[in-house]
Design a protein around this ligand. Structure first.
Ligand SMILES: [Zn+2]
Ligand SMILES: [Zn+2]
Length: 123
């Protein structure tokens, strides 16, 4: 979960993060360990649904198909520790990582640098 402003993400990273949201839910349903994702700043349990839905809205606004609602009850989080459940992605670090990796995202963000984050920019 990059957790950056989805409006500035390139197609590949937008679709990739959307796909990851579904994979995270799959892992949660199987009660797989999420520790590695959290250690690597990739997963914020409490925003999974909200983030998926923001990505889906952006996909649809670009004319990409989205047919995969992410519906689940919060029971899927029951096996996580409190620390895992409350983990928040470090958005600054995630943003740096994304723009270092992807020149398309980087130039998109430079063109819209006034709005890097769509949620909770200070926390
Ligand atoms: Zn979806
Ligand atoms: Zn990109």
């Amino acid at each position: 979960m990059w957790m950056v402003n989805q409006q500035a993400m390139c197609r590949m990273h937008l679709l990739g993060e959307h796909c990851e949201c579904h994979m995270f839910l799959g892992s949660l349903r199987k009660q797989k360990s999420m520790e590695g994702y959290i250690t690597n700043n990739l997963f914020e349990p409490k925003l999974l649904k909200e983030r998926h839905d923001s990505l889906a809205v952006e996909m649809q606004s670009r004319g990409y198909k989205h047919k995969t609602p992410l519906d689940f009850s919060s029971d899927v989080f029951n096996y996580l520790t409190i620390e895992q459940l409350n983990y928040k992605v470090d958005y600054q670090s995630s943003f740096q990582d994304l723009i270092n990796r992807c020149s398309v995202c980087r130039s998109n963000f430079i063109n819209r640098f006034t709005k890097l984050f769509n949620t909770r920019s200070k926390d």
